[in-house]
Design a protein around this ligand. Structure first.
Ligand SMILES: C[S@@+](CC[C@H](N)C(=O)[O-])C[C@H]1O[C@@H](n2cnc3c(N)ncnc32)[C@H](O)[C@@H]1O
Length: 248
């Protein structure tokens, strides 16, 4: 397989090309991951699993910040803040940007490192029930929770589906809800960088989700990591990064 391939609108980069051509050229400085390391050591694994608390590796945060920075955003949303690595990376790369960050778990917020707290408004609430506020950029690593483990999400699924004009399948993982809502909120010309597992490419909800990403979602580039890449230090999961640019 060639390392870089193209569909009509979307560039796909395999992990081999990524390692050499993308991560190596990331412009952002690699964010310090001390807050993530110390939280991971102190929180129980049950707590972290319940909220889907696995952290973005610094090099990927830098890559995502570079994509976002090219849109020169004034207003950026981080819908699943955690300890803040994506917000820190974006702030370091975008000196004029203000961030609104959502986090459901109050406990993790006391461990967050926001880099430049003056420029960040933290909302301790559920992003999926937040207003569909238009914004210039969204960077996120949303929680990954399988549909069988989801409880009380039917209202959120319906709310986001109606607004997106796209029926989120019942079998979809929670991260799909986040991606769809984020795509709805992006202004025209706005950019999103979303770190999610690769499962969406072959799951039984794939066909409609792919169609959404390529039309309304504005998927522009897709960075794929192979199953054998050790992307996360503390979780066995696959990884892909959706780089979105809203065209309409
Ligand atoms: C996968 S972690 C990512 C954390 C951080 N952004 C990063 O990239 O390392 C997802 C975070 O979202 C939070 N979260 C889970 N459900 C949420 C919701 N409905 N609204 C807002 N935050 C949520 C979790 O507590 C967790 O901290």
């Amino acid at each position: 397989m060639s390392e870089v391939s193209h569909t009509s609108q979307t560039q796909i980069i395999s992990h081999n090309a990524l390692d050499r051509a993308v991560l190596a050229t990331a412009q952002s400085t690699i964010p310090n991951a001390q807050a993530e390391l110390s939280y991971a050591q102190s929180a129980s694994s049950e707590h972290r699993k319940r909220y889907g608390q696995f952290f973005t590796p610094p090099r990927l945060a830098a890559l995502m910040a570079d994509w976002i920075a090219e849109a020169n955003p004034s207003y950026l949303i981080d819908p699943a803040l955690g300890t803040g690595i994506l917000t820190r990376a974006a702030l370091a790369r975008c000196p004029e940007t203000k961030v609104v960050a959502y986090e459901l778990d109050r406990a993790i917020l006391s461990n967050a490192d926001l880099g430049d707290p003056e420029r960040v408004e933290v909302r301790c609430e559920n992003f999926l029930y937040s207003p569909f506020e238009p914004c210039d950029a969204i960077t996120m690593n949303p929680p990954y929770i399988r549909h069988r483990e989801l409880t009380g999400h039917e209202e959120a699924r319906s709310r986001v589906s109606v607004r997106a004009g796209f029926e989120i399948p019942r079998s979809a993982n929670l991260y799909v809800y986040f991606v769809v809502k984020a795509c709805v909120q992006l202004n025209r010309g706005g950019r999103g960088a979303f770190l999610i597992p690769t499962e969406w490419m072959n799951a039984n909800f794939s066909a409609s989700f792919k169609k959404f990403l390529l039309s309304d979602g504005g998927l522009s580039q897709l960075v794929m990591f192979s199953g054998c890449s050790n992307i996360f230090q503390d979780a066995l999961t696959t990884a892909s990064i959706l780089l979105v640019e809203k065209k309409k």
